[in-house]
Write a protein that binds this ligand. Structure first.
Ligand SMILES: Cc1ncc(COP(=O)(O)O)c(C=O)c1O
Length: 313
């Protein structure tokens, strides 16, 4: 993307970026369209500002733009790697979303939280790049590329919004920790961030390939994705409850998330993060999951703590 330093507002992660956007753009009762399933933290944040949060379905091409209410003041989306499903917003949908925003005067928040880690070539242009009219606010973070505890991120907003965003930042926390920002700026200037992302991408791509290879043996349908640090997979056996599998897996030291709490209308499924693990634990972890799924198959009952799964032997 072509931006000047002045276009960038440094924030304490995505969280603060979304909070600033909400402070500047939303009034109580405004409609905010969010993805369903989606990032609960964002939906809760907009709701905390009094917005009426409207879930909009996601399909294989990303957010279904036709289902965004015409009156939505703001649309929150994760185009590069939809959270949690992982699909990429297609080019057609990107254009349709920008046309929607221009027609209805809506702001679009593009949360690009983990696309530094691309596992397949040819990324699509960001909404921010494709947007000729200044409706897109692009939000980036170092939580995935470096560390969530840094609490550093940024937003790129149209020049007309910048003074209000800066004023809101000043009011809420002043300016954040300058020594951390300076250290990170140096890390970037010296090419170390780019080098880290290149190296880490190699590790994550290898880890993800293992995840996909192991999942291919399980009764799940993996949702195609091209970037990021997690994959989502729907359970193919309707009789299995993902939440029960997640609980049983946790008892065996395998950490997963169920899809459903992130979008209640969605088919049962699992979210498998592979960022905060070691490559060597992927195969054994997913095999343990496989044994739990096999044990849970055909029965909607919870694999309970007293039932000894083969994996725990
Ligand atoms: C969709 C999404 N956006 C952003 C983030 C990062 O948030 P923050 O930058 O506030 O740490 C995450 C972290 O899990 C996420 O899942």
């Amino acid at each position: 993307m072509h931006v000047d330093a002045d276009d960038v507002v440094v924030t304490q992660g995505t969280q603060q970026a979304l909070d600033l956007v909400a402070r500047v753009l939303l009034s109580p009762g405004d409609v905010v369209a969010v993805e369903d399933p989606g990032y609960r933290v964002a939906a809760d944040l907009f709701a905390s500002h009094g917005a009426r949060v409207v879930p909009v379905p996601v399909d294989g091409e990303g957010i279904v733009v036709d289902r965004i209410p015409a009156g939505a003041r703001l649309v929150y989306t994760t185009p590069s790697h939809q959270f949690p499903l992982g699909v990429t917003l297609s080019l057609g949908r990107r254009r349709q979303l920008l046309a929607h925003a221009a027609r209805h005067g809506a702001a679009v928040v593009e949360d690009d939280y983990d696309s530094e880690f691309r596992h397949e070539p040819r990324p699509l242009d960001t909404l921010h790049c494709l947007d000729p009219t200044g409706h897109v606010i692009y939000v980036g973070t170092f939580s995935k590329s470096l560390l969530p505890s840094l609490r550093l991120g940024y937003l790129l907003c149209p020049p007309s919004l910048r003074p209000a965003v800066l004023a809101a930042r000043q009011l809420t926390d002043g300016y954040g920790p300058p020594h951390l920002q300076a250290a990170l700026a140096r890390f970037i200037d010296e090419g170390l961030l780019a080098r880290h992302v290149r190296r880490a991408t190699r590790v994550y791509t290898e880890r993800r390939a293992l995840v996909l290879e192991e999942l291919a043996r399980l009764p799940v349908a993996v949702v195609p994705s091209a970037a990021g640090l997690h994959v989502a997979a729907h359970l193919t056996d309707d009789a299995v409850a993902a939440a029960a599998v997640v609980a049983a897996a946790a008892r065996e030291g395998v950490e997963l998330e169920a899809l459903q709490p992130l979008g209640p209308g969605i088919r049962e499924g699992l979210v498998l993060g592979f960022g905060a693990t070691v490559t060597g634990s992927v195969r054994p972890g997913i095999r343990r999951l496989g044994r739990l799924l096999a044990g849970a198959g055909g029965s909607p009952t919870t694999p309970g703590p007293r039932r000894r799964s083969p994996a725990s032997r």
